[in-house]
Each structure stands twice: as C-alpha cells, then as structure tokens.
Design a protein around this ligand. Sequence first.
Ligand SMILES: [Zn+2]
Length: 317
Amino acid sequence: MSRVNTVLGTIPAEELGLVAIHEHIGYGMPGSELDTKWWKTPEQRYEETVPKLRAFHEHGGGTFVDATGICNGRDVDYYKSLSAKTGVHIVACTGFVGGDTALPHFAQAGVEYLTQQFVHEITVGIGNTGSLAGVIKVGVSRGGRMTDLDKRIYRAAARASLATGVPILTHLAIDAENAIAIFNEEGLPLDRVLFGHVDDGVNADKTRDIWIAEQGGRIGFDTFGYETELPDPPFWARPRKERLDHFLRFIGEGRLKLVLASADANCSPLGWPGVKGHTVNYIFDDLIPDLRAAGLDETTIKTIFVDNPADFLTIQK
Ligand SMILES: [Zn+2]
C-alpha cells in the first residue's frame, strides 16, 4: 500500500489531497532562538500560524510539507498540535537546508553518522516526538557550489532514501551535475529527488532544469509568490509573469509529470522579519487562478498538486 509519514502518523497517500510540497511553519538560521530581538512567545507563533493553516484547509489544502531542516527551528511537537487543531496533514523532514546551516556537531560528522541520523528520524522518530520524517532535505550552501559538507549530506541522504524509501527534496537545483553524480554513484533513482527552487529570481538562469529533467529528476517550481511586485520583495524575487511563463513553458514541453509547485512561504519566521504579504495560500489566491487563466484544465491542476506529490512522497520499499 502507498504510505506517507506525517507528524500524526503514517497515512495512505490517497489521503494527502492537495499538497504544498515545499513550505515552512517557521524557518530561522541556527541560533535565532537565542536572539532576544526576534524571540517569539508560543502565543505569537500560534497566532501567526493557525489562521494561515486554517485558510489553507478551507481552500481545500490537504497536506503541508515542512522543508525546515535540523537546526533551522524545526519543532515537531508544535507541528503535531497545529495539525491536530487545523486538520492539515503536516509532513516533517529530516536533513539540512544546506551544509552551512548544520551546527558544528553535524558539520563535523561523516557520511555514516549522518545516514544513521536520517534513518533514525525516518524509522524511529524525530527526538522523542514519536513522529517519523516523511522527506529528506538537502541543499547547496551559499556560494553557488556544493561544499564537501554538502556532498556528505547528499550522499547520506541518498543512502537513507534507499534504506527507507523516503524521497529527497533539495534547496536549490544549482550545481546539479555534482548532486546527480552522487545520487548515481549511490544507485538512487532520480525520480526520488525533487530538485527545488529552479524558478527563483537569482538562480533561474543558472539552473539546468531541462537537463535535470532529462536525467529523470523531478523539478520544483516552489518559490511561487516571491515576486518583484511585492511591497518589499526579497533579493530572490522575480517578476510574476516571468516565473509563470517559465513554468508553463516547462510543462508545455511534455514535462507535466515531473513538476511540483509550492510557495516556500514561512508561516511564522524565526529570527528575521520574513516576507510580508507572502503565505502558503498564494497557491489558492494567485497561482491556481493564474494557471486556470492560462488555460490549464482541472485535471492538469490536479496532476500538479495532488497526483505528482502523492507519487513523490509515497514511501517506496
Ligand atoms: Zn524553503
């Protein structure tokens, strides 16, 4: 049977519904929890987050994949209560956003240790929460090239994915030749990997999305909504139409089954102000209407947000 790990238990993939494949309940850099300026009370965090998840659920959202790695504010007991109160399935991840967000304890670790850590979080649980990770996060450190630590994390993720059947989701799809070389060396089928952020304003030109798709990788257009039209756009913003055209062109060339889409928004940013006016509900408020206006039918929209994520997230043993 096809199963997916959520923070409240393992569920049939058919129950996921519409999936936001790359989002954050609260993302911060390691140490932000110690910063007195940005420290948030539990009340503030719930107040910022619950209405967004409730709206997500009311719009017809089924599952929220939290791509916040170890050391970036991941808080699974909190996710469990959010999921129980809002009815949204939450999938938590093991792994790291990038080598440069791994604290020294992990930064000094070898591939074997990292593999064991990921496998433990997928098969035994994250900390003492009893919740199993449903996806493995990896990423390219700031600088544009994979560091030695990034490569150890990618290799460990490949081994953990093969051992458990849980897929891998990447922060950034740049330097994909090195990433794919590692996955190939480990014998991991590339349809178990979502190469994320091919659509952001900084890397869209450097990302070889078509080449990655030709190798069999899945492609994440997962920063929808970070637009230059925002009142306070982040440096990775991109004109709305440019990103949408990129996406439509990509699927129009026969790659619909390979794409996943999301907004990469933060419900309650930790240690930074976040990007105002951008939430996971961009998917419903703007993206799906834009796709309909561009002529996509409901079956195609279901493929992008329901069928493809269910196929990707299903534990493959
Ligand atoms: Zn993210």
